[in-house]
Design a binder for this molecule. Structure first.
Ligand code: BGC
Length: 342
């Protein structure tokens, strides 16, 4: 069978590799991937900046955004990415591996475990999430949506700390993560604003079709204008991260979801401190997702307008040319690799 593989740490090592078919052990499902979404993390692994092969191996099978079909039953499933650490830490022991405290977790297609980007894969039953047939290929959005389901769950929990009124959301970045963040804000009946640098094309159109406000330009200006009580930073761009923490409404909750490249910025930490302290603001980071978040994600996708969700998948690439999926065009939102099964 063919698999999308890469040697972590070696840029330019991506290839389609012939591998033996896996066999399902007790408690595992044999799954045929239909679509694999690619994201910034895959691009980082490809650039040699992230990723770790399984122990004793050089190559890693890539792919952590799975929509597949269980071979026996024909059921659609998404696959959970992270596996709990073996110790396990207090969080992993409770099924909250997304909050792992010792860093010894593993991740399919990212850290020490092969991903789902092969013509046949196995998944432990407990790590396969049922996707309703009605969602069809849109089920490939389950994994990225799980990241936002977790982020929003945390925001909702922090939001109960006081009488805080939550009305306006600013989402920074109109990529797949930003747009799914905006969707879940609209589903919570909040006033949603999205900031991105694209001045025309599919991003402003997609935000408009959601009924959210679209902004370009300086983050400080936009934040002053929108006065958000919730900010979701979905780019990891240092200037935007710094901007996201300032100029929020009193009692604001700022959620950081992006991974930033190292960057020296001059920030007035005293002023930032005063903004946070004197207004009771919260800034927190959020990564990964556990089973509950995947289930919330599938429910959010089911509740969304399928025609709107379709706009997010801007390109489909056949497995033969999977590396093309990693080149990101200006108008690309989510690019997926398509697997053909007879
Ligand atoms: C995945 C997360 C993962 C993170 C860090 C993201 O692309 O969606 O599940 O935890 O990368 O490896």
């Amino acid at each position: 069978m063919r698999a999308m593989t890469v040697i972590p740490g070696r840029p330019g090592s991506a290839e389609l590799t012939e591998l033996p078919e896996p066999e399902a052990k007790q408690g595992e499902l044999l799954v045929e991937p239909l679509y694999i979404g690619v994201c910034g993390t895959d691009r980082e692994i490809l650039d040699g900046a992230h990723g770790e092969p399984p122990p004793g191996r050089e190559r890693l099978v890539l792919g952590h955004e799975l929509l597949g079909r269980v071979k026996d039953t024909g059921r659609l499933v998404a696959g959970i990415v992270r596996r709990p650490d073996p110790v396990p830490c207090a969080c992993c022991a409770r099924g909250e591996w997304d909050m792992c405290r010792n860093g010894q977790y593993t991740e399919r297609g990212i850290k020490a475990l092969d991903g789902y980007g092969a013509e046949l894969v196995t998944i432990e039953e407990d790590f396969a999430i049922p996707v309703p047939d009605g969602l069809g290929m849109l089920g490939v959005l389950s994994e990225p949506s799980s990241i936002l389901a977790k982020a929003w769950e945390q925001i909702d929990r922090i939001g109960t700390r006081a009488c805080s009124v939550r009305e306006r959301v600013l989402v920074i970045g109109a990529g797949p993560i930003g747009l799914l963040a905006a969707l879940m804000g609209v589903q919570r009946e909040l006033e949603v604003h999205v900031l991105d640098r694209a001045t025309e094309g599919v991003k402003p159109e997609t935000v408009g079709a959601l009924g959210a406000g679209y902004h370009t330009g300086d983050v400080t200006e936009v934040a002053k204008r929108c006065d958000p009580d919730i900010v979701l930073e979905c780019t990891g761009v240092a200037e935007l991260v710094a901007g996201a923490m300032q100029h929020t409404a009193p009692g604001a909750i700022v959620c950081l979801t992006g991974v930033a490249a190292s960057r020296n910025l001059s920030v007035d930490v005293g002023a930032l401190n005063n903004e946070l302290v004197l207004e009771n603001d919260v800034v927190f980071g959020s990564v990964n997702a556990n089973r509950r978040h995947f289930e919330q994600a599938v429910a959010a996708l089911q509740a969304a307008d399928p025609d709107w969700l379709k706009r997010l998948i801007t390109r489909t690439v056949p497995l033969d040319h999977w590396q093309d999926a990693l080149e990101k065009g200006d108008d690309d939102i989510k690019v997926v690799v398509e697997f053909a099964h007879p």
